[in-house]
Write a protein that binds this ligand. Structure first.
Ligand SMILES: NC(=O)c1ccc[n+]([C@@H]2O[C@H](COP(=O)([O-])OP(=O)(O)OC[C@H]3O[C@@H](n4cnc5c(N)ncnc54)[C@H](OP(=O)(O)O)[C@@H]3O)[C@@H](O)[C@H]2O)c1
Ligand SMILES: [Zn+2]
Ligand SMILES: [Zn+2]
Length: 340
């Protein structure tokens, strides 16, 4: 099969011929039709997150496609099923975390010493075929296009989990910092849920797009966020703790700031001017990741219903390196999806 192999740290991805996997007991073989490029794939292959611990290194955790073969004992999936696979597929099943019996979520990857993660510890989705445990696959809603389903597997799942983690009340105003892969979906999910929505972008050229995504207000800094009335929920989808902390003055009474963007470089610091407001206003800082399969189902259903639509740039497989390059440069509007 053809797969996008990452030959080494910070080396351009190459489409290569590699061995097609076959499904073992309990597994399915998926003919991948599309796989999104998450910024975390780019960071991992550039050595800024752990490099994929697989040989050949094939990353990608937004694959969707058809089941073409099932392994022994599989009853829940059959050839022809349209499925997706997410970042975290399973825990080890026996550590202190796993024995609690919690659903598989992004937490599993943090707390279990030996999780199965797509494109990190197990071969990823930037390939024509992928093998996964049948129970770790998700059935896609009927009729949902491959290129719209793929971004939901990580970007949409995270954005929706972040919104739901804030437990927004019906009248809450929601602000989203960073209009990229996650952020453009967070804006739409917030709007689709009936919230007055504010996009906070550092890119002036995204103002029009942010409005078309449904934002009621588009601001470029914290002062403007405050000037438009602030927000009850602020979701960080940019890789910048500094950008999040700068928006604290725009967080209202009992406000919740959800950190979904990952900043591995700088700590999150409450600015000294915000120390007293933060505790006096009863504000919270919450982390969010892939928070559970029921949330992925909700995120997919909203897209299938046409209430949220990923904006994608699609690339044929032979242009995968170009897709990665555009993601790295922040040029994609708003998710790169590679078709296999
Ligand atoms: N929590 C999770 O489970 C999870 C899952 C997937 C990804 N992530 C993280 O979520 C973040 C977004 O991922 P993505 O795939 O959506 O990336 P992306 O497409 O590159 O979008 C990130 C957006 O953040 C803004 N931005 C970038 N650099 C910035 C900076 N230095 N300061 C302020 N704003 C900046 C930009 O939006 P504007 O131009 O509008 O400012 C950019 O479009 C990353 O940190 C990623 O690691 C977390
Ligand atoms: Zn991701
Ligand atoms: Zn475990």
């Amino acid at each position: 099969m053809r797969a996008a192999v990452v030959p080494g740290v910070d080396v351009a991805w190459e489409l290569r011929e590699v061995t097609t996997p076959s499904p073992g007991p309990g597994e399915v073989l998926v003919r991948v039709r599309a796989c999104g490029v998450c910024v975390n794939d780019v960071l991992a292959t550039r050595g800024l997150l752990p490099f994929p611990a697989i040989d050949p290194a094939v990353t990608g955790h937004e694959p969707v496609g058809e089941v073409v073969e099932v392994g022994a004992g599989v009853t829940s999936r059959q050839p022809g099923d349209r499925v997706g696979v997410t970042w975290v597929r399973a825990g080890c099943g026996r550590c202190d975390y796993c024995v609690q019996g919690l659903p598989v979520t992004g937490q599993t990857a943090m707390c279990c010493p030996a999780p199965t993660t797509t494109g990190f510890t197990a071969p990823g989705g930037h390939a024509e075929y992928l093998v996964a445990a049948a129970e770790s696959t998700v059935l896609l809603p009927d009729g949902l296009d491959w290129e719209l389903a793929a971004p939901v597997m990580c970007a949409g799942y995270t954005a929706w989990s972040a919104l739901r983690a804030a437990q927004p009340r019906p009248h809450d105003r929601v602000a989203v910092i960073g209009i990229g892969g996650l952020g453009h979906l967070a804006v739409q999910y917030a709007k689709a849920s009936g919230h007055e929505t504010i996009a906070v972008t550092s890119s002036v050229d995204k103002v029009d797009s942010a409005r078309r995504l449904g934002a009621d207000h588009v601001v470029t800094d914290a002062e403007q966020l405050r000037a438009v009335g602030g927000a009850d929920v602020v979701i960080l989808t940019a890789p910048s703790h500094r950008a999040a902390a700068a928006c604290l003055p725009g967080l209202r009474v009992q406000g919740r700031m959800v950190l979904a963007g990952i900043d591995g470089a700088e700590p999150f610091t409450i600015p000294s001017a915000m120390t007293y407001p933060f505790f006096a206003l009863g504000q919270q800082i919450i982390g969010a990741t892939h928070n559970g399969p029921h949330l992925l189902k909700e995120a997919l259903d909203l897209v299938a219903a046409g209430r949220v639509t990923p904006w994608v740039e699609t690339f044929p497989a032979h242009r995968v390196a170009e897709a990665v390059d555009r993601v790295a440069k922040g040029e994609v509007r708003f998710r790169a999806v590679v078709e296999y």
